[in-house]
Design a protein around this ligand. Sequence first.
Ligand code: SF4
Length: 433
Amino acid sequence: MTQGRSESSALRGVHAVAREFADLPIEVVVKEDCLRCGVWFEPDALRRGHAYARKSYFIFSFDHRPLEDMEGEPAREDAPEEIALEGGPWGFRRVIISVRLNPESPYRVGLDDDRSLQLFCDGEPIASVAFSPTPPYYGEMLDDGTPITEVAPSIEWGYLLYLTVFRMCQYFGKEEECQFCDINRNFKQQRALGRPYHAVKPIDRLLAALDHVVQSGARAEAYTLTGGSVTTQLEGKDEASFYIEYAEAIEERFPGRWIGKMVVQALPQQDVRRIHAAGIGIYHPNYEIWDRELFERICPGKARHVGRDTWIARIIDAAEVFGPERVIPNFVGGIEMARPFGFKTEEEAWRSTGEGLDHFMSRGIAPRFTTWCPEPLSVLGPAGPASLRYHVGLLKLWRDTHAKHGLAPPPGYGQPGIGNAVFSVSSFMDVIG
Ligand code: SF4
């Protein structure tokens, strides 16, 4: 069933789900629970005086509370971008988790008796914690005073440069925006707090930031060019032309230095060819949710402007250009259970999502997912999260469908497997390899 916590404790829920899905590592059960419920930080855990990369708000808020509700809390300013769990009483192998703040979460990072960082669930110690390492260029400013973290933050434990070049989306308002997405409202809340947050990143500023990244010797291996959709024009360009200009500029200045990825809509094949020709190696035309009716309800802008059938057909067409393994559409795992329109049981939701996975994976295209964070500023925020059982069952479904079709680990995500994977907003890379 969906939503919220039952009368039983979070810890009991973890044990029950771990028992049911005993062939998945228990680390991913905890990871998924932290992603769907968020985590919180005790102030002394943030004041140990060690360096770490702070949460950069790289595109969405990925929090369970609006920033203004957390005013005055050290976690609001000083939470790390990601945490790694390792060792501890449960003997965890390393698993990396994106930080989603929630003061009400049963998961809290604090200090144990030895003053070491520890994750607690319902007050019980679970695993030792490390905060995301500081990339060597963090703290630097561009000549115009822009902090470099606003332009080119690193995520996935330093593996990925996340380049959100358009921080808004032209699907605007309840009738158009994807109902799980807070991109436009997050932009507003960041600006309202006076944070340096620019709608469109000038190309020169981006290249200057990447110069710093390169000079610093940062070990990033990939970049993602992303942002909101462009339904009309942005700076006189259509969506493909707008994003391609960044790709061309990056690849001209730093040819082949990183694996280039681009998240844009499912575009006609002629545009996909231009994206490929610009030097992008991996294309992410995110379809968000498989079920037809739910797609139309949850992604009304995409449904109206592109349409589900066209969207899916274009994903398949893109495989002719990039090769199927390099077309990696995202879906938001969990929104298929969001009340009031979502599936009523986990089994129904697995069946539907599994049909989508089979559709793509049988053609060599492996979708990936992001575990849904029910952001309060999004339309669906109050409807979440989906149950832990759903999320862990979804991982099993993904893993088994991937294996059934004999697919290789997706490129552009680093090493797969528990202990090696760095992808932090879902555990799909932790369960293969
Ligand atoms: S297309 Fe949907 S998910 Fe993407 S930024 Fe726009 S509203 Fe958000």
